[in-house]
Design a protein around this ligand. Structure first.
Ligand SMILES: CC(C)(COP(=O)(O)OP(=O)(O)OC[C@H]1O[C@@H](n2cnc3c(N)ncnc32)[C@H](O)[C@@H]1OP(=O)(O)O)[C@@H](O)C(=O)NCCC(=O)NCCS
Length: 170
């Protein structure tokens, strides 16, 4: 397999055969993603082999905010009593023929890069998402996301934590 790279979704990308095991997520990349981009409802990034157009995986990102219902953790007690501004991972999927090759991880790293870059210009406290099911929830926990206890399928990764993880102190 050639090097996998992340590119903004364009018309040339081949999405017709994309299958991740969840029809809703297949339909999104095949039928809705470009429309959502055009209307400013999401930015979609695809994983492709260098120089190729076949979509191996994708991630859709949008601005969001999370109202913390019950700030029951010590960490939330220290945060402003306002909705938390986040970069929302609206959708993430890997074609099942390419599962287990690090493609979703690469897409999440790309989203983290964007969150860090955006946080220089606007308030972005965390990367955030809602897991579709228990399998997805376990995957995100494995990737280091933390549960938001006020909403049990919602997880988040503070931008500051991502930055610190990338630059560990000796
Ligand atoms: C979940 C999904 C996105 C993972 O994609 P992937 O490209 O196969 O993931 P990666 O290869 O990057 O896996 C990264 C790590 O997560 C682990 N992992 C994968 N699925 C997991 C699961 N269900 N539970 C726990 N860990 C999991 C892998 O073992 C790997 O571990 P490692 O980094 O320690 O080696 C993919 O299976 C998928 O598209 N599923 C259907 C759609 C879906 O559920 N999307 C999420 C919706 S919220």
């Amino acid at each position: 397999m050639a090097e996998v790279v992340i590119e903004p979704l364009e018309k040339r990308h081949d999405r017709k055969s994309f299958r991740c095991g969840k029809p809703e997520l297949d339909n999104y990349i095949q039928a809705l993603a470009r429309q959502h981009q055009d209307k400013g409802f999401a930015r979609v990034y695809v994983a492709v082999e260098q120089g190729q157009n076949q979509v191996l995986g994708y991630i859709a990102l949008a601005m969001g905010n999370v109202v913390l219902q019950d700030a029951d953790e010590a960490v939330f007690a220290r945060l402003p009593k306002h909705p938390m501004p986040v970069l929302h991972v609206a959708r993430l999927a890997t074609d099942e023929r390419f599962a287990g090759k690090g493609i979703a991880s690469l897409l999440l790293t790309h989203a983290a890069d964007i969150a860090i870059e955006a946080s220089v210009s606007i308030g972005v406290h965390a990367l955030e998402l809602i897991a579709m099911d228990d399998e997805a929830y376990k995957f995100y926990l494995h990737k280091g996301f933390l549960p938001l206890k006020s909403d049990n399928m919602r997880l988040y990764a503070p931008v500051q934590t991502i930055i610190e993880a990338r630059n560990p102190r000796d």
